[in-house]
Ligand binder design. Structure first.
Ligand code: TXA
Ligand code: MG
Length: 323
C-alpha cells in the first residue's frame, strides 16, 4: 500500500488506473474518506468487505462524477430526486433509487435499489473523472474504517484504520482534513416522497424546500436497509458517554464556550456546530490515542449539522447517558 499526500493530476490518473485494474484506492471526500473500488468489479468490491471486516449484504454507495451518470445506475427516477441531485450535487447527499442492471447484487446487498452520490471534493472529482475516461462507470466507496468504527476524516486515520489490511498495489490518497466531517445525508427516493435514512449536512428543511414534499417522521416507512442504521456504530475503543458532567481523567468534547472541568482531558473545543462536525471523529480518535477509558461528550443543540452529530453520537455511545 502506498500513501500519496496532496496527489497531483498524474498521480490521480495512476490511481484511477489502479482502480480500473481492480485495486483499492482510499480517497478524500468532503464528508469522510472512502475506500474505493470499481463498482462493476465483483472481486474488487468483495475486497472492500474483507478489508473493512464488513458483513456482506450491506449495500455500498456508488460515487460518480456528475448527475449525467445517474441514469446509468438508476431507473424510474422520480422528478423530486432529480431536483435534489441538481440542487445539491456535487455535495453531501446520497440518493437511494431503483437500480439499473449495472448495479448488481454485490453493490446493492441484493436489494432492488442503489445509493448514488457525487462528492464535492477536487481529488474525488478528479479521480472519478479519470476513472470514467478509462470507461469506468462509478466507484463504490464506504467510509474507510473498520466495520463499526469511527469514520476517518484524515489520511492518517485511514492508514491507522485499514493500512495493515491493504495490499501492495492499493493506494491511499491523502488530502488532509475533510471539510464536513460527518457522512452524507442518505435519502430514500423509492417512494412518492423522500425518507431520510441518515441525517447529514443536507438537512430535512433543505430537502423539503427543494422537493416541495413533506418528509414523513416515522423511519419505519422505509423498506431499505442501511448498516449505519444499526444501533451501535461509529464507535472508538473508549466508552462514549453523552453527559453533562466529566470527572478527572476522562476525555471531554464540548463547544468552546463550555469551560473544561478540572482534571478533565479536553479533546476538542469547536467554536460552532460546523466546526464540531469537522473535528468530532478526530477528537474521538485522539481519546483512543491517549488511551482514555471514557469520553464524555456534551452534545450540540439545535438544527442543521447538530442533528447529524447527535445521531452519530447516539450510535457511538450506544445510548450511554450520564445525567
Ligand atoms: O459520506 C458518505 O456517504 C461516505 C463517503 C465516502 O461518500 N460514505 C459512507 O458509506 O458513509 P458507508 O458505506 O460507510 O455508509 C453508507 C450507508 C450504509 O449504512 C449503507 O448500508 C447505506 O448507506 N446504503 C448504501 N446503499 C444503500 C442502499 N441501496 N439502500 C439502503 N442503504 C444503503
Ligand atoms: Mg460507514
Amino acid at each position: 500500500m502506498k500513501i500519496i499526500t496532496n496527489p497531483t493530476q498524474p498521480e490521480i490518473k495512476k490511481a484511477a488506473k489502479a482502480l480500473k485494474d481492480g485495486h483499492l484506492v482510499a480517497f478524500p471526500t468532503e464528508t469522510v474518506y472512502g475506500l474505493g473500488a470499481d463498482a462493476t468489479n465483483t472481486k474488487a468490491v468483495s475486497r472492500i468487505y474483507s478489508v473493512k471486516g464488513r458483513p456482506t449484504g450491506h449495500p455500498l454507495i456508488v460515487h460518480v462524477s456528475s448527475i449525467n451518470l445517474l441514469h446509468q445506475w438508476a431507473v424510474d427516477i422520480p422528478e423530486y430526486a432529480i431536483d435534489l441531485a441538481k440542487e445539491f450535487w456535487p455535495g453531501p447527499i446520497t440518493l437511494i433509487l431503483k437500480r439499473s442492471e449495472l448495479a448488481q447484487n454485490f453493490i446493492t446487498g441484493d436489494q432492488d435499489n442503489v445509493g448514488i452520490r457525487v462528492p464535492d471534493h477536487p481529488v474525488a472529482l478528479a479521480l472519478l473523472d479519470e476513472f470514467e475516461k478509462l470507461e469506468g462507470f462509478g466507484i463504490a466507496a464506504p467510509s474507510a474504517n473498520k466495520y463499526g468504527a469511527v469514520s476517518p476524516t484524515t489520511g492518517e486515520a485511514v492508514e491507522e484504520e485499514l493500512g495493515r489490511f491493504l495490499q501492495i498495489k492499493d493506494l491511499i490518497l491523502d488530502d488532509g482534513l475533510c471539510k464536513v466531517g460527518v457522512e452524507s445525508s442518505i435519502i430514500d427516493c423509492t417512494n412518492d416522497y423522500p425518507i431520510v435514512l441518515r441525517p447529514g449536512a443536507i438537512t430535512n428543511e433543505m430537502i423539503e424546500k427543494i422537493t416541495r414534499r413533506k418528509i414523513p417522521l416515522v423511519l419505519e416507512k422505509s423498506t431499505v436497509k442501511a448498516s449505519g442504521l444499526l444501533e451501535s456504530h461509529y464507535s472508538p475503543e473508549a466508552k462514549v458517554v453523552i453527559g453533562k458532567i466529566a470527572a478527572p481523567g476522562e476525555g471531554f468534547i464540548a463547544l468552546a464556550n463550555i469551560p473544561t472541568p478540572t482534571g478533565v482531558i479536553r479533546l476538542a473545543s469547536p467554536n460552532n456546530v460546523d466546526e464540531y462536525a469537522r473535528v468530532f471523529y478526530e477528537a474521538l480518535r485522539l481519546g483512543d490515542h491517549r488511551g482514555l477509558k471514557k469520553i464524555i461528550v456534551f452534545q450540540p443543540e439545535g438544527d442543521g449539522l447538530a442533528i447529524a452529530i447527535r445521531d452519530r453520537l447516539g450510535k457511538a455511545s450506544s445510548g450511554n447517558l450520564a445525567l
